[in-house]
Design a protein around this ligand. Structure first.
Ligand SMILES: O=c1[nH]c(=O)c2ncn([C@@H]3O[C@H](COP(=O)(O)OP(=O)(O)OP(=O)(O)O)[C@@H](O)[C@H]3O)c2[nH]1
Ligand SMILES: [Mg+2]
Length: 197
């Protein structure tokens, strides 16, 4: 089985990537397997820029092909927030529960028809000596008024996935992968994987 390195320290993402890549015949290693790798500062202004920063820096340090994911939730009623700050919306310690509480509080008076939101995922593939490229995917939905479901990670319990008519956290990992921003982005990468890795 070929090995692929994903430059992430997020356990939820790592789980999803392990399952999605296993079905394509790849074994995923993440930065949990390489604890000496640094935290790459996300100084970009877009998901793409941050994904490229993470992939290129870790690829340079390891001298190997590396994929990075930068993703987040964009809520129309909050003018696109939390956006690229999704992981640290309620503070630098990156607490999913506190992030959800903050969004629920900000959205508590927003009516049903104004609760549209989408997840966005940019994946960057950095290969030593080659030009880095990116793909992206989105997932449309609505912000719920309270948590529903226990699967997934991040904002999944308050995100109503339009494509499944269920909360994201009610979906199995296979169901989520079929409709998620991450699943859609990976679909675009799939055909290139055998040639790049
Ligand atoms: O409910 C969710 N379902 C998802 O499928 C999802 N994908 C992303 N997110 C949110 O966006 C942040 C990413 O920020 P992010 O790309 O900087 O990653 P991160 O800092 O957590 O880890 P790393 O990959 O940078 O090491 C995450 O923490 C989450 O809050 C999601 N929430
Ligand atoms: Mg991050």
């Amino acid at each position: 089985m070929s090995e692929i390195i994903i430059a992430t320290k997020n356990k939820g993402k790592a789980e999803e990537f392990k399952k999605m890549f296993a079905s394509l015949g790849y074994e995923v290693k993440t930065l949990h397997d390489y604890p000496d790798m640094p935290d790459v500062e996300e100084t970009g202004t877009t998901f793409e820029e941050n994904a490229v920063l993470k992939a290129e820096e870790i690829s340079r340090l390891m001298n190997r092909p590396v994929i990075a994911d930068d993703s987040g939730l964009s809520i129309d009623a909050l003018e696109g927030r939390p956006g690229i700050f999704s992981a640290r919306y309620a503070g630098e310690e990156k607490n999913d529960e506190a992030n959800i509480d903050k969004v629920l509080e900000e959205m508590k008076h927003i009516p049903e028809e104004k609760r549209d939101a989408r997840f966005y995922c940019a994946l960057a593939v950095a290969i030593p000596g080659k030009k880095t490229y990116t793909v992206s995917g989105t997932c449309e939905g609505k912000i719920l008024y309270a948590r529903k479901g226990t699967n997934g990670f991040g904002y999944d319990p308050i995100f109503w996935a339009n494509a499944k008519n269920k909360a994201m956290a009610e979906l199995t990992s296979e169901e989520k992968a079929a409709i998620s921003h991450r699943g859609h982005a990976l679909k675009q990468l799939e055909k290139d994987l055998p040639t790049i890795l």
